[in-house]
Design a protein around this ligand. Structure first.
Ligand SMILES: C[S@@+](CC[C@H](N)C(=O)[O-])C[C@H]1O[C@@H](n2cnc3c(N)ncnc32)[C@H](O)[C@@H]1O
Length: 241
């Protein structure tokens, strides 16, 4: 297993930040120790520019398939999926250090061996992933900023969707959740306008219900925005760019 990436230099090619703070409250000693001792064992090292990173090779035992969660927060959904599907390899991306520490605690408690971590902006890892190498993608409550001046920070953009379409295998599923009606409309428009995706949830009755194999996240449980969440699912078409 390779050492942790430290992609903290903003650099000229870094995309506009789509996330908030990297650190919250000071960590208790046990959580801080997880970051120094366990994270380096699970962290994905940034590959040299132009080099492909075969995601199945990140795991000690090659998994049946690899899934990706973008912005896992405190990691309760990612850990639950890893526990439910031990033959799947899960990559979690999250720059928020306190969230990473929370997930590491869950990984240790449950003895999970099928999670690898990217502790930075997912958009810096996507170019290294080979075409059709990911079988499921989760983007759950990605952005808590409803104000118009923050829309430029939204993760769901044509460029991001193009990268997802490239790395997702034909038939792979994209799961997206939001409790912001504006972000729901924004996402539906952009996915409907993308030729690589077809909607599996096509009306409010369908996206109001969280499927049984989709555990709740902390953000959903907090119900911060006061709007009912939408749980969208899309299929990566076999044809398309
Ligand atoms: C509102 S929180 C939701 C967290 C979690 N998905 C949940 O539902 O509880 C959004 C998370 O997405 C992360 N995030 C935003 N943009 C990201 C990006 N480009 N790459 C990786 N994580 C990102 C943020 O750091 C933040 O922790």
């Amino acid at each position: 297993m390779t050492a942790m990436s430290t992609n903290t230099d903003p650099g000229p090619d870094r995309p506009i930040s789509s996330y908030g703070r990297r650190r919250g409250r000071p960590l208790r000693a046990g959580r801080a120790a997880l970051l120094t001792q366990v994270l380096p064992l699970l962290a994905i090292k940034a590959p040299p520019s132009g080099t492909a990173l075969e995601p199945r090779s990140l795991f000690a035992v090659a998994p049946r398939a690899v899934w990706l969660e973008v912005g896992f927060g405190a990691g309760e959904h990612l850990a639950a999926q890893a526990e439910a599907y031990p033959d799947i390899g899960l990559i979690g991306a999250e720059p928020y250090i306190n969230g990473i520490a929370g997930l590491l605690a869950r990984i240790q408690e449950a003895g999970l061996a099928n999670i690898r971590l990217w502790s930075d902006d997912i958009r810096l890892l996507l170019p290294a992933l080979p075409a059709a190498s990911i079988s499921r993608v989760f983007v759950l409550f990605p952005d808590p900023w409803p104000k118009a001046r923050h829309h430029k920070r939204r993760l769901i953009t044509p460029a991001f969707l193009n990268e997802l379409a490239r790395i997702m295998a034909p038939g792979a599923e994209l799961r997206f959740a939001t409790d912001d009606p504006g972000y729901l409309e924004w996402t539906l428009e952009r996915l409907a306008g993308h030729s690589a995706f077809t909607a599996l949830t096509t009306c409010p009755d369908e996206w109001a219900v969280r499927p049984a194999d989709w555990p709740a996240t902390r953000y959903e449980a907090k119900g911060l925005a006061g709007h009912p969440p939408a749980f969208l699912r899309f299929r990566r078409r076999a044809e398309g760019p």
